[in-house]
Design a protein around this ligand. Structure first.
Ligand SMILES: [Zn+2]
Length: 76
């Protein structure tokens, strides 16, 4: 999922520029993680609301947290 620069900034500021998972101060490299599954909608107006809703659900995550989340099945 691609975010506009302003949207990324908004997500990052939700946690004061820190990772939502470990609290480390985020540098230039961080990921916008969304724990909630993306809802598919056909109606355009609902889709617009869902987009805002998605941004609400976005969590700023540092690279190690983002990677370790993806590796959970491998490393238990
Ligand atoms: Zn982290």
């Amino acid at each position: 999922m691609r975010l506009k620069k302003a949207e990324r900034k908004q997500v990052r500021l939700k946690y004061g520029g820190h990772c939502a998972y470990c609290g480390v101060l985020l540098g230039d490299r961080w990921h916008a993680d969304h724990p909630e599954p993306v809802i598919r909608v056909s109606d355009e107006r609902v889709a617009e609301q869902a987009k805002d809703h998605n941004l609400d659900n976005m969590m700023p995550a540092c690279a190690p947290c983002n990677i370790s989340k993806g590796r959970q099945t491998l490393e238990g």
